[in-house]
Design a protein around this ligand. Structure first.
Ligand SMILES: [Zn+2]
Length: 321
């Protein structure tokens, strides 16, 4: 029997099961995940993201959904996650998919597909995925933090995403970096892609880790090289790790003081480095005043499939509300 990209036979769909599609729109690819109502992933595939032409962008999403409808002889429910901010009127602002900025993707897709769909920020949906059946399952207040090409997250309370007034609650990467640490490590203030200067993201996201390693004397800013050297006990890598962890710990201390979560679940490329996960609570506690403790910090359960899974959960919750 041939297996699909999700590693299982697409024929095993239970009768009368409501199928849900979760779409994860990234700057380079759009992935669709096909889920049962019990959130079991049964199929997934992807297409490159057209980022310049809005018409091609919408057409690609519609093609993925039509292909899923054809494969499973049904009209599945649709949830979508994408980078950027989607306001309550459905208008998008996204640096990764510039053609979508100022457009109302929900209205346009609903017109073409003739159905209701849900849309949310991809990092917020990561938090939702880890809150419902993920590493944060069983905890009331779950903060999900991505540390990858960027640094962003979201907070879920009772397995529901806290959306806030304008949809940006959880953008911890754009809090201002600690003046104490800039002074302590003699670091320059860096310009952030968001337009501000001195955001945490410029130091704690994956590229920021590489930058610190290079800034402190390494010949490269490559994070794989950094991990290899750290494991080998290299002095520059150890100094870079200490500086990086101090900054990451301070940024997490800020989000703990803001949201007071019961658990923090961490995903993204940097979360795959064992030493980061193991020592993070120690570094967080250095930046919390007496009487405030770092909550448990766990690595994400669903990793790279959190985007499609979170989008599917968002849509599933809409019919259950
Ligand atoms: Zn910023």
């Amino acid at each position: 029997m041939s297996l699909n990209q999700a590693g299982i036979s697409p024929l095993k769909v239970p009768d009368n099961n409501q199928i849900i599609y979760g779409l994860d729109i990234g700057g380079t690819k759009i992935e669709i995940g096909v889920f049962t109502n019990e959130l079991q992933l049964i199929d997934s595939w992807r297409k490159p993201t057209p980022t310049r032409s809005y018409g091609e962008f919408v057409e690609t999403i519609v093609d993925l959904i039509n292909e899923a409808n054809r494969r499973y002889s049904t009209k599945g429910l649709i949830g979508i996650g994408m980078p950027g901010i989607v306001d309550k009127n459905g208008l998008v602002k996204s640096a990764n998919v510039p053609c979508s900025t100022g457009k109302n993707i929900i209205a346009d897709l609903q017109d073409i597909l003739d159905c209701t769909l849900s849309i949310g920020n991809d990092c917020r949906l990561f938090a939702l995925s880890e809150s419902v059946g993920g590493a944060g399952d069983g905890f009331k207040r779950v903060y999900g933090a991505i540390i990858g090409t960027g640094a962003a997250g979201g907070i879920c309370i009772d397995q529901q995403l806290y959306k806030g007034s304008r949809g940006f609650a959880g953008e911890y990467g754009h809090l201002p970096v600690s003046a104490f640490l800039i002074d302590k490590y003699n670091l320059p203030l860096r310009k952030c892609a968001c337009g501000l200067t001195g955001c945490y993201e410029s130091y704690i996201a994956g590229p920021g880790l590489g930058w610190i390693y290079h800034y402190l004397g390494a010949k490269t800013a490559d994070t794989f090289h950094f991990v290899k050297q750290l494991n080998a006990g290299d002095d520059i890598a150890k100094s870079a790790f200490n500086c990086y962890m101090d900054l990451l710990g301070a940024s997490f201390a800020s989000l703990i003081l803001s949201y007071d979560p019961d658990i923090i679940v961490v995903g993204g490329g940097v979360s795959k480095i064992d030493q980061v996960i193991e020592s993070l609570p120690l570094y967080v506690n250095k930046h919390l005043f007496s009487g405030v403790e770092c909550p448990p910090i766990h690595r994400a359960r669903y990793g790279d499939s959190s985007g499609v899974r979170g989008a599917a959960i968002l849509r599933k919750q809409l019919i259950e509300s």
